[in-house]
Ligand binder design. Structure first.
Ligand SMILES: [Zn+2]
Length: 433
C-alpha cells in the first residue's frame, strides 16, 4: 500500500468522531417510509456535499421523494457507482427499544437508532469517503468517475428512488456498483452480497354463498373452501424449479455462510438447501366472515412468496394460477399485489465483488469474507438490470435491519470507510498517488 494511502486511511481514525456525529445527525432526521418523505434528509446531504465543494444534483420523482446524485472525478474512463437509501422502516413498538429510536445515541461503542444499520450508517460512510478524498484534493484527480446516488423509496421496493433514476436515464452506466447496505457482522465477519431473491405478494379470494349458521347446506362456506386449498398451495415450495447451472453454481458459493453461521442463529441444517433453491410460500394474513352465526360468502389470504434468481416472477404467478384453476376456477380469484424481481451477479467473478474483496484484505488482512445471498430485495436489482456488476457491501449488521434496538458498531463504520477509500483509490488510481 503506497505511503499516501496509509496517511489517508489514518485520517479515517482521526475523523472517527465526525463520522459518528454524521450518523447520529442522519438518524435524527425523520425519513420513515411509509410515508417516505426524504426532503429534509436530502436537504441535509445536499448541504453537506455543497460545503465540501461537491455539486449535488437534486431529482424528484415526487415532490417529497428527493434523490441526490453527486458525480466526481475526471468524468471519463472507468466509473464506480456508490448507492445508499435514506428512507427507513417504521419503529413499531418503541417500548421494545433501550433508547429513543431517533436519538442517534452513542453507547458502548455503537450508534443506536432506526436506520443505524439500514442504512444511514452506509450513507454516512459514502459521504465520509467523499469528504476524506476531497480533503486530500483527490476527487478531481481520480482516473475515472465516482457517481454517488442517495435515494428514497428503497424500503417500498425502490421504483421511485434508484429505479426512477435508472428509468429516467440519470443513472445509465458504470463499470461496477456498490450498494452500501450493512453486510458486516460480529456473527460472521465481512459479507459481500452477490445475489438476492425476488418476491411476489398475492391475494387469494374464495367465493361462496351466505346462509344461516343453522342451515349451512343452503350456503357455501368460503372460509372452509380457502382452508382446503391453502395446504395445497404450500406444497408449491417443494417444486423442483430447474435453476440455470450458473445460478446453482453461484448459490452454492453462498452456502458456507448458512452452514457455518446458521448454527449460531438457529437456522435448521435441513432447511438450507430448500431455502437457497426453492420457493418460499408463506400465508401471512387471512380474513373472512361477517358474523359469528353467518356462513361466510367470502374469505381471503395474503401470500408472501420468495423467488430464487433464474426464475421469472411471471413463471411463479403461473404456477399459482394453474393450481388454482385445477381446484375450481369459479371458486377463487388470484390478484397480484406487488412484486420485485430476483437479481444475481452475471459471472462467477464479479468485478464488483473482487474490488471489495481485495480492499477488505488490504485493510484487514485476517478478514473472514463470505459471499451472501439475501432473502430480501435491494436497489442492486436496478443496477444489475442495466448489466452493471453490483454487490452489497457496507457497515451495519444485516441481522439488525428492521429490528428493535437497531445499532451500528463504530469500528465497523471506520473499517467500511477505509475499505471504500482503498477500493476507489485502487480502481480509479489518481495519476500521482
Ligand atoms: Zn436497506
Amino acid at each position: 500500500m503506497p505511503e499516501t494511502w496509509k496517511k489517508i486511511l489514518e485520517t479515517v481514525d482521526k475523523d472517527k468522531e465526525k463520522i459518528v456525529d454524521l450518523v447520529s445527525q442522519l438518524i435524527r432526521i425523520p425519513s420513515t417510509n411509509p410515508p417516505g418523505d426524504t426532503r429534509e434528509v436530502a436537504g441535509y446531504i445536499s448541504d453537506y456535499l455543497n460545503n465540501l465543494g461537491i455539486k449535488a444534483q437534486k431529482y424528484e420523482a415526487k415532490p417529497e421523494l428527493v434523490s441526490i446524485v453527486a458525480k466526481v472525478g475526471s468524468q471519463k474512463g472507468k466509473k464506480i457507482l456508490l448507492n445508499g437509501h435514506v428512507d427507513v422502516v417504521p419503529v413499531g413498538d418503541a417500548t421494545n427499544w433501550m433508547v429513543e429510536p431517533f436519538s442517534g445515541k452513542v453507547y458502548e461503542g455503537q450508534i443506536w437508532g432506526r436506520g443505524a444499520s439500514d442504512m444511514k450508517g452506509g450513507v454516512a460512510a459514502i459521504l465520509s469517503t467523499l469528504s476524506i478524498l476531497q480533503s486530500y484534493d483527490l476527487l478531481d484527480r481520480l482516473q475515472g468517475t465516482l457517481e454517488c446516488s442517495l435515494v428514497p423509496d428503497e424500503e417500498t421496493d425502490g421504483y421511485l428512488g434508484t429505479g426512477w433514476l435508472v428509468d429516467k436515464g440519470i443513472i445509465k452506466d458504470g463499470d461496477l456498483a456498490i450498494v452500501a447496505e450493512g453486510t458486516i457482522s460480529p456473527l460472521f465477519g465481512y459479507g459481500i452480497c452477490i445475489m438476492e431473491k425476488g418476491g411476489l405478494t398475492l391475494k387469494l379470494k374464495s367465493k361462496g354463498a351466505e346462509a344461516h349458521g343453522g342451515m349451512p347446506f343452503l350456503g357455501d362456506n368460503a372460509i372452509e373452501k380457502l382452508t382446503r386449498i391453502l395446504p395445497k398451495i404450500k406444497t408449491l415450495e417443494n417444486r423442483d424449479l430447474k435453476l440455470p447451472q450458473k445460478v446453482v453454481k453461484l448459490i452454492d458459493r453462498t452456502k458456507p455462510l448458512y452452514q457455518e453461521v446458521g448454527k449460531l442463529i438457529g437456522f435448521p441444517e435441513e432447511k438450507i438447501e430448500p431455502f437457497l433453491k426453492q420457493l418460499l410460500v408463506n400465508i401471512t394474513r387471512i380474513s373472512g366472515g361477517v358474523a359469528d352465526n353467518v356462513i361466510p360468502a367470502e374469505a381471503s389470504a395474503i401470500m408472501d412468496v420468495r423467488i430464487p434468481p433464474g426464475i421469472a416472477v411471471s413463471e411463479v404467478y403461473n404456477l399459482f394460477n394453474e393450481l388454482i384453476a385445477k381446484e375450481g376456477k369459479e371458486d377463487f380469484t388470484l390478484e397480484q399485489l406487488s412484486y420485485w424481481v430476483p437479481s444475481i451477479e452475471k459471472g462467477e467473478d464479479s468485478p464488483a465483488a473482487k474490488l471489495v474483496e481485495k480492499a477488505i484484505h488490504k485493510v484487514d488482512p485476517s478478514a473472514k469474507i463470505y459471499h451472501v445471498y439475501s432473502s430480501g430485495g435491494s436497489d442492486a436489482k436496478f443496477f444489475r438490470a442495466l448489466g452493471i456488476p453490483t454487490v452489497l457491501f457496507g457497515p451495519g449488521q444485516p441481522e439488525l435491519a428492521h429490528s428493535a434496538n437497531e445499532r451500528i458498531i463504530i469500528q465497523d463504520l471506520v473499517k467500511a470507510v477505509k475499505i471504500y477509500l482503498t477500493g476507489i483509490l485502487d480502481y480509479l488510481a489518481p495519476d500521482d498517488s
